[in-house]
Design a protein around this ligand. Structure first.
Ligand code: G3P
Length: 218
């Protein structure tokens, strides 16, 4: 299972990368705005900065919503760095653009997936990744993990190469359940990734080991 971090915060990206278990980064316009990254030039430079930190796929989202605009923007984003994955919204114009990008060997991440039908049509178009937003489904009392499982079955039935990138991950149990289901990738906040390492028995066990070692070496 690949681990992506879902942020545009450089300190958090560096911290996750330093753990040695980071495979990629996802961003979106809201995450960029949260870090105060505004204006086209600053946004493009920020993508390059991230690509120079993490040696793996970095999703950069298009703003255009029409086919020609998405293609123009996506083709430019793809020239920024070899690690760029063009993030395209799940709309019909986006599906057409994903098909175009796929035929040109440009990697894509189809975002804002909330149903199995959307995941199916994105895979048909040749998306490299699809991003089902599981936390946002949970927010409206729909089980986001059920959607991940449904998509897993559909993709396995037809051996689609499209990777399931579980997004809108909020906590460590989301990550663990995604791993059980067989999501190819998860993208989440640093806090959720770091929480995977915590266990109170590990903490107390280590304290005891260190105390006993100190006693024996007085
Ligand atoms: O990867 C999608 C993500 O950025 C959305 O997360 O927490 O805003 O639903 P959230």
């Amino acid at each position: 299972m690949k681990f992506f971090i879902d942020t545009a915060n450089i300190d958090e990206i560096k911290e996750a990368n330093a753990l040695g278990i980071l495979d990629g980064v996802t961003t979106n316009p809201s995450l960029m705005a949260k870090e105060g990254i505004t204006g086209e030039e600053n946004i493009l430079n920020h993508y390059i900065t991230i690509c120079n930190i993490v040696d793996g796929p970095v999703s950069a989202e298009v703003i255009a919503t029409d086919y020609e605009g998405i293609v123009k923007e996506g083709e430019y984003l793809a020239t920024l760095h070899k690690n760029i994955v063009v993030k395209v919204p799940m709309i019909l114009e986006g599906i057409k653009a994903i098909k175009h990008f796929s035929s040109k060997g440009i990697k894509t991440n189809c975002t804002l997936i909330f149903s199995a039908g959307q995941a199916l049509i994105a895979a048909k178009a040749g998306a490299t990744y699809i991003s089902p937003f599981l936390g946002r489904l949970d927010d409206i009392s729909v089980n986001g993990l059920d959607l991940i499982a449904q998509i897993r079955q559909i993709y396995d039935n037809y051996s689609f190469d499209t990777e399931i990138l579980a997004a809108s991950v909020r906590h460590p149990m989301h990550i663990i359940h995604c791993a059980e289901i067989g999501s190819d990738v998860m993208t989440g906040p640093l806090k959720a990734i770091k929480a995977l390492a915590n266990h109170p028995l590990t903490t107390s066990g280590l304290e005891t080991f260190l105390a006993d070692h100190a006693k024996g070496n007085k």
